[in-house]
Design a protein around this ligand. Sequence first.
Ligand code: FE2
Ligand code: FE2
Length: 481
Amino acid sequence: MTSTTNDEQIRVLAGKEEERLVNAFFVLYKTARIIEDNNPTFKNQAEALFRLMQQTFELDGMVIIKAIGNRYFVNNRLVKFDDKGISGASTVVAEWKTLGVGGVHFNADTRLEDMQQFIRFISQIRPNSQDINSLTMSLQSHRLSTIQLLSAVAKNEEDRFIPEEVRRQFRKAARSTFFKAMNVVEEVVVRTREDADINISKTKRVVHSLIDHITRDESSIIELTAIKDFDDYTYAHSTNVCIYALTLGVRLGLDRARLSQLGFSALFHDIGKVKLPTDLIRKPDAYDENDWLQMQSHPLLGAKTVLRNLKFDMHSARAARGAFEHHINSDFTGYPRLHHEKRPTNLFSQIISIVDSFDALTSGRVYLKEAISPDKVLKKMQHQMKSKFDSFLLRIFTDVVGIYPSGSLVLLTTDEVALVLTNNDVDKSRPYVKIIGNAEGLLPTAEWVDLAAEFQAHRKIVRLIEPERYGLRVEDFILDD
Ligand SMILES: [Fe+2]
Ligand SMILES: [Fe+2]
């Protein structure tokens, strides 16, 4: 299968060690304010921090702790940040800003005593009392030449700079996870076809990575769902259905255990297709009645496959139900037909039903010859197909996808053509885009532009355009940088 970033080790996100380091740094910072130098707590905390620093010195030859906006970096690697993890850091960083400080650079010659002395010194400085130049001079007078203060990024620059840097980092990591998820799906499909055991913990792990991406930066992973056209429909499709389902789940406020079950169910929703003849799945022509009958057996086959091949726990029980119910529809017009009791389908099945229809219709594979553009699919789902879905969930999904769904092409007032990457929550009419061409033709290097940025006001979206009219294939532009 096509996968360029699959095994690449991308170090744009900090690991647990770096997370611990930032935490230890701010903990010591706070301690230094309230207790004496020779207090054992201060000493222990300082030694713990220094041990973590030494590991990073060995790896990178320096330790740079930087804060940009509300994100924290160690040696330019973004630390996964949650308020519990680095409590108090935001107060310290807010104070730094009044001093013009944005971070600190320790070089590898820094000794434990230097670091302690530095923390003592900097933690005693009162907000607004000095600027970075006078502080730097003070550091020199303390003979702390191995430690350097870094300037804060100006507010107007911050807005411009952070999204770009952070987005790029998130993007790379998101791609890696996306392809990992596709590989897991491929493995599950192959193993199921052979009736062999499925590696459940690996599958759960990948679902958890997807949850991490979605809760941290939904947009960087959502834009990848515009990838449809890989070797086999099911791999990208199941991954996309999982991502969309989780995004909806996060918006609904599901807890992590439920999200894990939802993502797991979504990954397995079409597993029944594995048991159908490959010729049918890949049939390029329209389906005849017999083809349809076969295809309509995949929900039941899926439920049976899950129950037969997986250990019986909450995850597989939910996955079996999701596989069985995802084509039933809210108005029971789908399949399998329920002849007796028409109970409403489960929440997870209702979510999967919506996101599955969206991805299948925008992919234009299997049942349809042509893909329909994402905006048209949404309209179709809101009108002709309305009764098939839960209206509340569909509204939330519409909000996730936005006015200009990820993967659509738009024409700008500047006569440029851009691919929509993701929505901006603040202004859905001004998404984050990648400009791929102008009046002269395609650009050699695409330009990423946040249309919501103030200095991009001259660029506005005129309308959505059909890629075919310009002879373009959207998938050619998603991974081209
Ligand atoms: Fe299906
Ligand atoms: Fe599906």
